[in-house]
Ligand binder design. Structure first.
Ligand code: SF4
Length: 468
């Protein structure tokens, strides 16, 4: 009998074990001792065989099944079918945490020129995909409505299926912009920073502008339906809002998916706010938020989720869950999606664009008027997986986790510091610790939320295997 390698981690009341394909169970230190000293007894091997952690020969069904599960934990980048377009850097707000990615509304020289727009259309026309997702970012993209219309018209003619997301602050929306947003293939992604008071403090500043935003949000939801509108809170760890006030604000507008994001300070702001590693405070807050959601969902008719936590939960419970660009393994840059900036420069990610803009490191990969230069990031891409990372290979969360080299470069200027010292690792270690704590909980409130979040009619306790 051969055992697939097990990684392990001490948890509250035992030891969590996981294999390379994401199979997991909980046991204790005496099993660990028997495992590491090759003294497994009959009941140990029976348990491991029964749960897919062992095989007889490399051509038996257990081995094939394990290989299949392992392979489906890996992300294989497909064709380029997702573009983030930045037609303008101009914005009609001046949020404190966004200084490096915007200029004032009337500043000339920060929009696509006609030449760049034409090149963007030619670039899109050269893609081999038949389905495309286009995300318009800024600045405030609705200030460049003509460019959005040109791109949308072109894409509708050119692709079999295309979807547009406008990342707008919904601050000042013209009649033409409302008409643009009304179409079925066009979605709104906006920011709602926690609650009315925080939104005013962090974004709109004046009460009048704040009311304007909340009025526009209300109108968008009423006219287009909740399925067309998403709102994301950006949370400042130095001024945290009570979780319940965020839940109340979002559910008050019928928004049931909340994607909590910490302020992503860049460049000088990162140093000024010592935001290089605020993961401890953030993790504690996020954990309290998840607990508040569980309490809310116990009684609520319509449940609420934290988007990224649910994404990570689903990555634990199933293979092939690769829908979030921030958490994939491998996470090859510049392949399945790309960013085109206001001046036509190409970037592998939006954070790479910021990093370049603050002068920290040039991570541009060409110009839309000439060509894509993926060779520039070849060396980086050679490291864009956790599979052979000397720290991650010992981590029970490796199969569910990913890698974010641009975040490491942005925070530390290098990608080779020990994983456990990185913000990425600290945040994900916390998230997976929290997930497993909940998975092994017998609290009916926890089980209700877990079932909802994982998309199951009810929680199956058989998922939480224990071997003692
Ligand atoms: S980054 Fe951290 S949490 Fe993720 S697999 Fe590596 S060691 Fe584990």
């Amino acid at each position: 009998m051969n055992i697939f390698p097990l990684k392990f981690r001490a948890v509250d009341d035992g030891i969590l074990f996981a294999d390379d394909a994401g199979g997991f169970f909980k046991s204790d230190s005496s099993f660990l001792h028997r495992y590491v000293s090759s003294q497994l007894d009959v009941s140990d091997t029976q348990f491991l065989v029964r749960n897919g952690h062992a095989f007889e020969t490399a051509d038996d069904l257990a081995y094939t099944a394990f290989s299949y599960r392992w392979a489906h934990r890996l992300y294989q980048p497909g064709t380029l079918d997702y573009v983030i377009l930045v037609p303008t850097l101009r914005c009609n707000l001046a949020c404190g945490y966004c200084q490096v990615s915007r200029v004032n509304e009337d500043t000339p020289g920060f929009d696509w020129t006609p030449e760049v727009l034409q090149s963007v259309l030619e670039f899109l026309g050269s893609l081999s995909t038949r389905t495309l997702k286009v995300e318009f970012q800024g600045g405030e993209p609705l200030l460049a409505l003509d460019a959005l219309i040109r791109v949308r018209d072109f894409c509708r003619d050119h692709f079999d299926k295309v979807e547009f997301v406008v990342c707008t602050n919904l601050q000042t929306v013209s009649d033409e912009a409302w008409a643009f947003l009304a179409d079925d293939d066009t979605f709104i992604s906006t920011s709602l920073d926690a609650n009315k008071a925080t939104h005013q403090h962090q974004r709109t500043v004046s009460e009048l502008k704040n009311e304007e935003f909340f009025g526009n949000l209300q109108r968008a939801i009423k006219e287009f339906g909740i399925q067309k509108v998403s709102a994301l809170p950006t949370i400042d760890v130095r001024a945290l809002s009570e979780p319940v006030s965020i839940i109340d604000t979002f559910t008050g507008y019928g928004l049931n998916s909340i994607y909590l994001r910490p302020v992503n300070y860049q460049g000088f702001a990162r140093k000024r706010f010592n935001a290089k590693s605020a993961s401890g405070e953030w993790n504690a807050y996020h954990s309290a938020f998840i607990d508040a959601l569980i309490a809310y969902n116990w009684k609520a008719d319509t449940p609420v989720e934290e988007y990224y936590f649910v994404h990570c939960l689903r990555r634990v419970l199933r293979s092939d869950h690769h829908g979030h660009a921030d958490l994939r393994n491998p996470n090859i840059l510049g392949k399945s999606y790309i960013v085109i900036d206001h001046d036509g420069t190409l970037y592998p990610t939006d954070e790479a664009r910021m990093l370049t803009r603050v002068g920290q490191l040039d991570l541009s990969i060409g110009d839309v008027r000439s060509r894509l230069e993926l060779a520039k990031i070849e060396d980086l891409n050679a490291e864009a997986l956790n599979t052979f990372h000397p720290d991650c290979v010992h981590c029970p969360y490796q199969a569910y986790c990913g890698v974010d080299l641009v975040d490491d470069l942005s925070r530390y200027g290098r990608i080779d510091i020990p994983k456990h010292l990185t913000d990425f690792c600290q945040r994900h270690t916390y998230i997976f610790d929290k997930i497993f704590k909940l998975v092994f909980s017998e609290d009916p409130k926890v089980r209700k939320s877990l079932a909802i979040w994982s998309g199951a009619p009810e929680f199956d306790p058989g998922i939480a295997k224990v071997h003692l």
